[in-house]
Design a protein around this ligand. Sequence first.
Ligand SMILES: [Cu+2]
Length: 112
Amino acid sequence: MKTIILASILAVAAVPAFAQSGHSMSGHGDGHMAQKQPAVAGSGTVDAVRADARQVKVTHAPIKALGWPAMTMDFAVADGIDLSRVKAGDRIDFELARGGDGIYMITGLTRK
Ligand SMILES: [Cu+2]
């Protein structure tokens, strides 16, 4: 009995690991991978900048491409975007793309 229980635990543990390695390869076509979507444009006003956390809080206009209404939310910001040049109150245009975790992050940012 002990052997069977151990074997089933190993099987459960092995499945996510296998799925992870599959996800690092492109083109497996199971439909939920969205990294290849084009970037989505948005605009809004910066409410807060947390450069150390690579995050900005933005009140953005509706983003029709995503079906998002206007709202205030936190975004992660891609490496390479200089947050020292962005401050609360700035009006910005930005681009969003999904990160590896599937969550939209800011991959392009320009002040108006
Ligand atoms: Cu939003």
